[in-house]
Design a protein around this ligand. Structure first.
Ligand SMILES: [Zn+2]
Length: 309
């Protein structure tokens, strides 16, 4: 099956290797995993055209979760007839994105349009809600959905043939690098759930002989065990950083953001990431977001009950 897996580089913000969508050709047509945001929909169409396809040729669109960089163009694709599959908890927000957009506006403010563009609603009759272990038929194959919360509560990964599409729960890694970062955007980071998801991924990978990880940010990697070990290390580091830093700086936004950037830059440097590659990591996964995501995680799950938000 993976000979029919194609990485579509959506060139987010005109940069290569930041946000991917994946094209899966099968004997009955073609499917897509992730859509990218509304801003890159013209590029998605251009990438499909390189394979002789248009959005109307896509039978199924599988979303790992509903964040704008993964699902922002789902409504655009639905307008061309695609059926959209997502975690049952994400489906209502695809039908009516208002709350999702409000929540994203709190994070991105005036940059919403420039970064993400329009998110159009998906008609309810084109939405299919998935639960853990559900499968989606893809011609002669199927995609197995795995509940993998931690980055978001409504996050799925998909096993298709020997590939596993890990969305954001599999971490962020730039082409040519070994460094694995955690995408730590608020508001649903839960490191303990993330760790359980990593265990679930490892089990599924063993059971289904998965030999490739397809990361939305960015690309396909075949050093599966080593990659997941680095993800494990990154989870440990995030837990320690939150415990050591958030309580002291929680009320000082700027200091917390600076501390997060310094911390994440340090991890990257240790793992051989140079300045140019670091800029790509930052574009795909801004370190200032980790400050907000881990603060929220800390306050919600770790702080003494009296001070929890
Ligand atoms: Zn996300």
């Amino acid at each position: 099956m993976t000979d029919r897996l194609h990485t579509l580089d959506l060139r987010f913000q005109d940069q290569p290797g930041t946000i991917a969508a994946y094209l899966l050709r099968h004997d009955d047509g073609a499917a897509l995993v992730e859509t990218g945001p509304g801003t890159t929909f013209p590029m998605l169409q251009a990438r499909l055209a390189e394979h002789g396809l248009t959005p109307a040729d896509l039978s199924a669109v599988l979303l790992t979760h509903i964040h704008l960089d993964h699902a922002g163009a789902a409504g655009h694709l639905a307008e061309h007839g695609a059926t959209i599959y997502a975690h049952h908890a994400g489906v209502p927000h695809l039908a009516d994105p208002e709350r999702l957009l409000k929540s994203a506006t709190r994070i991105y403010g005036d940059d919403m349009d420039r970064l993400w563009g329009e998110m159009r609603p998906v008609p309810e009759d084109q939405l299919i809600a998935l639960d853990d272990k559900d499968s989606v038929p893809l011609g002669d194959h199927e995609a197995l959905a795995l509940n993998t919360p931690g980055h978001a509560s409504h996050h799925l990964s998909y096993v298709v043939g020997e590939a596993c599409f890990t969305g954001d729960v599999g971490g962020v890694r730039m082409p040519g690098e070994t460094h694995v970062e955690l995408p730590l955007a608020p508001p649903e980071i839960q490191l303990e759930a993330w760790r359980e998801s990593l265990t679930r991924l490892r089990t599924a990978i063993d059971r289904h002989d998965v030999s490739r990880l397809a990361l939305t940010h960015f690309g396909v990697y075949d050093d599966v065990d080593a990659h997941l070990d680095r993800l494990d290390t990154a989870l440990d580091a995030a837990g320690r950083w939150a415990a050591d830093t958030v309580p002291a700086l929680a009320d000082d936004d700027e200091a917390l953001r600076e501390a997060a950037t310094e911390w994440m830059r340090g991890l990257a440097t240790t793992n051989g990431v140079d300045d140019e590659a670091w800029a790509r990591y930052e574009l795909a996964n801004p370190s200032w977001m980790a400050a907000l995501g881990l603060r929220r995680y800390w306050q919600k799950h770790k702080a003494p009950p009296s001070s929890r938000m």
